[in-house]
Design a protein around this ligand. Sequence first.
Ligand SMILES: O=C(O)C1=C[C@@H](OP(=O)(O)O)[C@@H](O)[C@H](O)C1
Ligand SMILES: C=C(OP(=O)(O)O)C(=O)O
Length: 424
Amino acid sequence: MIAAIQPSKLTGRYTAPPSKSDSHRALIGAALADGFSHVAPVVASADVEATRSALEMLEAKIQIQDNLALVQGISRTPAGHIRIHCNESGSSLRFLIPIAAAFGIEVVFTGSGKLPQRPLGVYHELFPEKGVRLKRLESDELPLKVTGQLHAGRFLLPGNVSSQFITGLMFALPLLDGDSELVLTSPLESRPYVDMTISALARFGVAVEETEQGYRVAGNQRYTPCTYRVEGDYSNAAFFAAAGLLSEQGVVIDGLAGDSRQGDREIIDLLLRFGGRVSAEGGAIRISRGKLRGIQIDASQIPDLVPILSVVGAFAEGETRIYNAHRLKLKESDRLVSTTQALRALGADAFCDDDSITVRGGKVLHSGVVSACNDHRIAMSAAIAALFCDGEVLIDGAEAVNKSYPQFYDDYNRLGGSANVRMG
Ligand SMILES: O=C(O)C1=C[C@@H](OP(=O)(O)O)[C@@H](O)[C@H](O)C1
Ligand SMILES: C=C(OP(=O)(O)O)C(=O)O
């Protein structure tokens, strides 16, 4: 689909959608608990839907009505010899592989888009010596056949490929017979996502202990059902926060927890560092324009913010450099390349190398055609840049937003945007 976007001003009050990362964790925790849990609000984005349908394949029962999920957890070892389709969701795939292995059942995992090429090497390294066989059925990582019973023990793994491997193990290891240890062999990146996992597990009565080298996870733990309120999503609210920063009137954002463990809450501090104005308004946050100047940003803990921060950089005086960003190559697109291509298509002075993006801001951006590269965060970033271009912007592959934020263009237009989404 194509989104045809006219320059316009976004302003008004906006409520952040439910966090994708928190939704995955809440549904998985509820599915592993023996009994009924309530999870809300839940939005049927493609990624959350991948996790939901996978959990149903594992015999959890999940009914969603009016954004409220009633989950009946898995009460016995599910039948194996099933196929689980993770669509394009890296989280679903990397969280569910160890869970299937903890049940000791045979599952063939499949995926689409770029998912079959996204790395699973960490599990290939770890699992054979822990009783689990991972077999690639074709040349890519997926389809992948998982067989065998996962054993507890010592797991040595890198911290700088994807934190999703650590989260996946943290869900599975409490179900095993013995105690386990995760030993990180390189510095942990995306650490806040691991903190979110530990906090979600605690809500289901499951404990993980931090150690000097990583984490200790006791075996024989039970997930207890609970009522789980899903947090508002800082990563997706970041697009509208950036729109507020770039406009005179600003945007007021509701529904973001002040005490959240989401690493992407750093967006607020980063927008302040760019020179934006941020103030509290009741329980909400108002973000509006100040005199913007380029900044240096370490992306190691906040990879998902990089595309939209690059857009902000294009409108700030001077240079914005975003570094420690090599893992962006491993996302839905190579985001170092797709972000710079999107900005350049609109006339921005942007370039990247293998670890960073540099944007020299202050040029007037013009009309153009941007490829979303099948990546939701590129489509949404381009839509925010388009507000401030001097003519129409076409986003090719606009439907990519469905991965995490299906109502993105509705929220955009409600705040005064002019996105016309049509078949293309
Ligand atoms: O655990 C999670 O919910 C996520 C972890 C991050 O991945 P990495 O750990 O691979 O950076 C992030 O990019 C992704 O969107 C969601
Ligand atoms: C990288 C992302 O998600 P995942 O890894 O779950 O596919 C994302 O949402 O930007």
